[in-house]
Structures are given as C-alpha cells and as structure tokens.
Ligand binder design. Structure first.
Ligand code: ADP
Ligand code: MG
Length: 316
C-alpha cells in the first residue's frame, strides 16, 4: 500500500437513516489520474468531503500518504489541494487577490509559484480582472490554480467540467491530463459524465448507491467485455467463420443495426487482432475494425443495472 496516495477502507456515512456511503473502499496509486464515476447522488462529493476532512465518517478509515485523515488531518492533507463542490470566490476582487486570500499565500516564493501556475492554467492574462467577469470555464481554471498552489502533489477535483461548454470541457480535460505529466501530481477527479472520465483517467472506480461497484486500471475495466465493430464483405459468411473459429470466446455476434456490412462482436477477452487475422487469412476484405465507442457507459450499465438513471444524468 506504500505506493498509494489515498486509501479508503470501508467508509460508511449516513444522513439520518440514509446511507450516502455504504462501506466504500478504494486505493489510489501514486501518479495516477483516478476517476470516480457515478450518477448524481451516488456519494461522490460526500466521499471527497470525508477524504478532505470537511466531513467525518460514521466508521471506516481514510489515509493520505499513509497518514490517518481523522486523527491527523493537517499532517495527512499537507500536500493535498482540493476543490469539492464549487469554490466560493469573492466576485468583486481580482483573481490574484482571491488566490492570495483563499490560499493564505505570501512570500516571494509563493508569488513566483502563483504566477507560474496562472500561466500554466491559462489565466495569466486575467489575474487583474474581477472574478465577476470570469466565465464558468475561467472560474474552473482559477479553482484548479487554487488547488495547485500549496505545492500539491495530490489534487482532488469534484466535477471540474460540470456546466462547461464543449470547448471548455476540452480545455479542462487537457489541463487535468497534463497535471500528472507536467507537475507529477496524482489526481482524483469525479464526474457523472462517463465519456469524460474515459478520456482523462488512468484508473477508475464506479460508485453506485454509496458502494464501489468496480475499481481498477481503466484499460482493464474497458477490457472486461470488449466489443469490436468490423466492416467486411459477405458478413453472413464472416459471421459463420468467426463463430466456428472463436467458439465460446464470442459472447454475441450480429449485424449492427442501421449499418451496412458491419458486424458487432462482443467477446470475453480482447481479440480484435485475431478477428482481423482470421478474416483476412480466409479471403475477406476488412475495411474497418474498431472498438465500439462509449464502452465505459455500457460497462457502467452492466454493473449498475441503472439504465434510466444514468441516461438522465448524462443528459442533465
Ligand atoms: P454525488 O456527489 O455523487 O452527486 P453526494 O455525495 O452529494 O452525491 O450525495 C449523496 C447522497 O447523500 C444524496 O442523496 C444526497 O442528497 C445526500 N446528502 C449529501 N449531503 C447531505 C447532507 N449534508 N445532509 C443530508 N443528505 C445529504
Ligand atoms: Mg457531487
């Protein structure tokens, strides 16, 4: 567990009779960009509040860098920067003054870091502007700057792309991706937007009704039931050949609806390359072979069985 920045063990948190967290456990490897996905109300923010000592669990244990957050919150969270829910900025003060006040930063070294980070997050030209003038995306960048200011090696961001327009989402996505690469930070990010998390994160936990339904490396979770789309000549004959060759490794194989000559192959393990090889060797021409998009959404639905719930969240 030494190479884990955060460990959450069996955390329970109730509000009255309602269990917002019902025995949640996870561990976040150093250097990962770790995503927690779950529909609204799954308990994501509650978990982050407990991790950052803004709330306290009924039972269970949280450590950051091996230090218990409940008994030594200051020490445990010394290198952690967090934005849980939307941070409240002073609208009539400049971005720079907001950073100074909210981070209680001072000193030459701090000021240099503040300006460097503003450059990095793309708000350098806006530091003298009042926060009132900031778009949602700019506020999000300011919030991320604030989270990074205490020389954070662990950055926690709760729904950082919430409410942003598509180009704002891309900007924040790139920023988060680069946090690890450029600053060597470990990042914990939550979202109810599955596609976002699939694009950003190296590791993933799925939170549903206060429990972790799955946890692991993104690639391993996505590999759980791979679906390959193949466009080929004579799909009927191809279907028979693949069924015969791959036997029980094929979970389902059918013509994709609304597409011409495209087979949709769901397999028990990743065999895209072998599927291709088999077809080509037997004289079929393969003009397209790709993983079906929105894989995470499909896996999420399989794990949680909450189709309607998720659809609604994605739309909102
Ligand atoms: P998420 O961030 O995944 O959308 P939250 O952690 O905010 O979910 O909330 C999980 C559940 O706990 C929700 O049903 C919410 O209404 C409830 N909840 C959260 N905070 C409180 C609170 N302070 N008092 C009562 N219920 C709460
Ligand atoms: Mg939330």
């Amino acid at each position: 567990m030494n190479d884990c920045v955060l460990t959450v063990e069996n955390v329970v948190k109730s509000f009255g009779k309602f269990k917002a967290l019902d025995g949640a456990s996870l561990s976040i490897p150093k250097g990962s960009i770790f995503g927690i996905i779950g529909p609204n109300g799954a308990g994501k923010s509650t978990l982050l509040r407990i991790v950052t000592s803004l709330a306290h669990p009924d039972s269970g244990r949280v450590t950051v860098n091996g230090i218990d957050v409940e008994s030594s919150p200051k020490k445990a969270l010394a290198g952690t920067g967090a934005i849980v829910d939307s941070p409240a900025f002073y609208p009539d003060l400049s971005a720079r003054l907001n950073l100074d006040i909210l981070s209680r930063g001072h000193g030459k070294k701090y000021r240099a870091r503040r300006e460097e980070l503003a450059e990095y997050t793309g708000i350098a030209g806006w530091m003298n502007h009042r926060v009132r003038e900031f778009s949602l995306g700019m506020r999000q960048r300011l919030a991320i700057t604030l989270a990074l200011l205490p020389d954070s090696s662990f950055v926690i961001l709760d729904e950082p792309t919430n409410g942003l327009d598509p180009s704002g989402i891309v900007d924040i996505r790139n920023l988060i991706r680069n946090l690890g690469a450029d600053l060597g930070a470990t990042v914990l990010v939550t979202s109810h937007m599955l596609g976002e998390i699939e694009k950003i994160c190296s590791n993933l936990a799925i939170l549903n009704h206060g429990q972790i339904a799955a946890e692991g490396k993104m690639e391993d979770i996505l590999r759980r039931s791979p679906v390959t789309l193949i466009r080929t000549t004579e799909p009927g004959r191809a279907e028979a050949l693949l069924k015969e060759t791959f036997g029980p490794r094929i979970i389902s194989l059918k013509l994709k609806e609304n597409e011409e000559n495209v087979l949709r192959v769901e397999t028990s393990d990743d065999c895209a390359a072998e599927l291709n090889e088999t077809l080509v060797k037997n004289g079929f021409s393969v003009s397209m072979l790709e993983n079906e998009p929105d894989r995470l959404e499909r896996i999420f639905l399989q794990l949680t069985g909450g189709e309607s719930a998720v659809r609604n969240e994605v739309r909102s």
